[in-house]
Design a protein around this ligand. Structure first.
Ligand code: SF4
Length: 289
């Protein structure tokens, strides 16, 4: 399909894209631990990052993902990296009992949410976490809410929630502002004196806004990142909603022939996508013959 190649193609990258501060910090910590720890492998509970290529690279460096509930004698005497999502205190204690050396890569923004939950629990308040109940960050925060907690994922769930006593609301860091606002409106109507914590991380919104600007200046969009990365998939959904021909690829090898027909192609990437994969896609776009 060389006839589709467009020698005039201009590739423009989003002003904000790729790894966020928390993911970058977790990967750097895991790599540094693997490099300095002679008792490799270094373990993580679940994949450190939602990107298969990055996970393969980490494995090659001696960072191996165990299942998130898969804790046993293997961790004795080994370094275990706590992911950016964090873990509940009980899980941390269990790892310590088993003799693991903990390397805490919990994102500072997630630590702030955990501290808030613990603070409310110490005053006897219940904590409502707005987010995905199966997400590691949510189960981690719930573990700090020892006076009781609930997870809601939609205004309908907020309407149906039964909870006694003073309540505070904390958002999963990666949910959308509008989603949080609409759920909090329901909770404020249903629970008197509810306190809402502003815990949404700007990283996701920053990438969404940068994508909107990019789409206005380009003819087509390529989103780079793992198919298992929720925020990468959301970028792709947004690109489509903005009315641009769009593709979600994990690597340059997945670029479709059609993209080479466009003159101005925008590139963005989710918060877990390594810079090397973005650069590889950009190079493939401009160098195809
Ligand atoms: S998205 Fe925000 S909260 Fe989540 S790991 Fe990245 S910086 Fe931390």
């Amino acid at each position: 399909m060389a006839s589709l190649y467009n020698p005039e193609m201009i590739v423009k990258r989003a002003e904000v894209l790729g790894r966020c501060m928390g993911v970058r910090r977790a990967v750097d910590l895991a790599m540094a631990t693997a490099d300095s720890d002679a008792s490799r492998p270094v373990y993580t509970l679940g994949p450190l990052i939602h990107n298969p290529q990055a996970v393969a690279e980490l494995e090659a460096r001696g960072v191996v993902a165990l299942g998130s509930d898969d804790i046993d004698e293997r961790v004795r005497g080994k370094s275990v990296v706590i992911r950016a999502h964090g873990v509940p205190p009980l899980l941390r204690s269990r790892l310590e009992e088993l003799g693991a050396r903990l390397v805490d890569a919990t994102c500072p923004r997630v630590i702030a949410s955990q501290r808030k939950a613990r603070g409310y629990a110490s005053r006897g308040w219940k904590v409502i976490i707005v987010g995905d109940r199966d997400h590691g960050e949510v189960t981690g925060i719930a573990g700090f809410a020892s006076s009781g907690w609930a997870v809601v994922g939609s205004p309908a769930e907020a309407e149906a929630l039964e909870l006694e006593g003073p309540v505070a609301v904390i958002a999963q860091t990666t949910i959308k502002n509008e989603e949080y606002r609409s759920i909090c409106e329901v909770l404020a109507r249903r629970f008197s004196g509810v306190e809402v914590v502003d815990s949404i991380c700007p990283a996701t919104e920053d990438r969404q806004r940068a994508l909107a600007r990019l789409a206005a200046e380009t003819d087509a969009i390529v989103v780079v990142g793992g198919r298992n990365s929720a925020n990468t998939s959301r970028l792709y959904t947004t690109a489509m909603a903005l009315g641009k021909p769009s593709w979600h690829v994990e690597t340059a090898a997945e670029l479709p022939d059609e993209v080479f027909a466009y003159e101005r192609v925008g590139v963005t990437a989710g918060a877990s996508t390594p810079e090397s994969l973005v650069a590889e896609v950009e190079a493939a776009l401009v160098s195809r013959v």
